[in-house]
Design a protein around this ligand. Structure first.
Ligand SMILES: Cc1ncc(COP(=O)(O)O)c(C=O)c1O
Length: 348
């Protein structure tokens, strides 16, 4: 990918601002893996409290948060229930199988949101020694390939209760949990209540260069630390990175509302094309999936042409995917929207 002047490929493209960089420079630091880094300790305390969990651990990436949670919750041969679009299934290079020997049973949710009934129908009889052992669910809030949909609180609670009835561990992939919080006005700990593990990503909408924070009970986090150490995720003076996270929680959460407004604006602009299928009201957070299957061009063609005019965008199946974040303003969204329409008209 050649990076252009408007990069809507993903919110992972967000850059730390000058103020965040200054906070990183000023951060008190120490040896993280000996619990001697004050900034990491403060970040973990902050996120544990935010998610209503006992404690937390700082990790280099969201992927590592997911994979370590599975390593702690599952034994080889165990089964995990997740939506068929889930990141943990599609974008972690088979980590669940490779690192934990677990199996993912996919559920066909709507926009990434599955139901308690679907879960109940999928789980195995505990006495069935031919079947894998049902062990865990993973809920992605917001659902990435589900179009940035916010799992409604009632949907999360009913899936959680169905999982608990079956003695399953509940895990939340909260890569964009703070987007859900801002879009819904519901505190993060309401979404994570009763979950055994949950995490938030720092390097997406929050604008940090690095990291995720995984939270759970003290017992869960003790085991997570063993896994972190084992796979080389234990760090040293990581406080400079943690300070970016602390800065983001203080200054960048409210800015997510602007990202959501920008996403809606882009949907409105491209919706003026008669062959583009998108309902701006369906755009709840910062992910915009633009269905161009009725046009004569493919998402990859459009993506490649846009790159030539300095605009980066993703292509997933029949959709273009654009993602907004704090370094993108509404003028850039207007330019990107116009260019998407131009390219589609020109190629058609
Ligand atoms: C839903 C979801 N989960 C997990 C991840 C992985 O996060 P990271 O890039 O920090 O490893 C992503 C990244 O895009 C994601 O969208």
């Amino acid at each position: 990918m050649k990076e252009g002047h408007i990069n809507l490929y993903s919110d992972t493209q967000s850059r730390p601002t000058a103020e965040m960089r200054q906070a990183m420079i000023d951060a008190p630091i120490g040896d993280e893996q000996k619990f001697l880094d004050p900034s990491v300790n403060a970040l973990c305390e902050y996120v544990a409290d935010l998610l209503g969990m006992e404690t937390a651990v700082f990790l280099p990436s969201g992927t590592m948060c997911n994979e370590i949670a599975v390593m702690v919750h599952c034994q080889p041969g165990d089964e995990i229930y997740a939506d068929h679009t889930a990141h943990i299934l599609n974008f972690e290079t088979g980590g669940v199988a490779a690192l934990s020997g677990a199996n993912i049973f996919t559920l066909d949710g709507e926009n990434g949101v599955f139901t308690a009934e679907q879960l109940a129908n999928a789980t195995r009889h505990p006495q069935d020694r031919y079947a894998p052992r049902s062990r865990m669910i993973s809920v992605e809030q917001t659902a990435n390939l589900g179009g940035g949909k916010v799992w409604p609180l009632e949907a999360i609670r009913s899936v959680r209760d169905a999982a608990k009835e079956r003695h399953l561990k509940c895990h939340m992939d909260g890569a964009r949990l703070m987007n859900a919080v801002v879009a819904s006005g519901i505190p993060a700990k309401e979404f994570t209540q009763g979950f055994d593990s949950a995490w938030v990503d720092l390097s997406k909408g929050l604008g940090c260069p690095f990291g995720g924070v995984l939270a759970g009970s003290q017992e869960f986090i003790n085991e997570a630390w063993r896994c972190k150490q084992r796979i080389g995720g234990a760090m040293r003076q990581a406080g400079m990175m943690a300070a970016a996270g602390l800065y983001a929680f203080e200054h960048n959460i409210n800015k997510l509302a602007q990202d959501h407004a920008n996403a809606k604006l882009l949907a409105k602009i491209v919706n003026t094309h008669p062959l583009i299928e998108i309902d701006p009201d369906d755009v709840e957070t910062n992910l915009v999936f633009i269905d161009i299957s009725k046009t004569a061009v493919s998402p990859h063609q459009v993506m490649n042409e846009l790159e030539k005019v300095g605009i980066n965008i993703g292509a997933f199946g029949k959709n273009l995917r654009a993602v907004t974040y704090l370094n993108i303003d509404s003028a850039q969204i207007e330019e990107a929207g116009e260019q998407i329409l131009n390219v589609i008209n020109r190629l058609s």
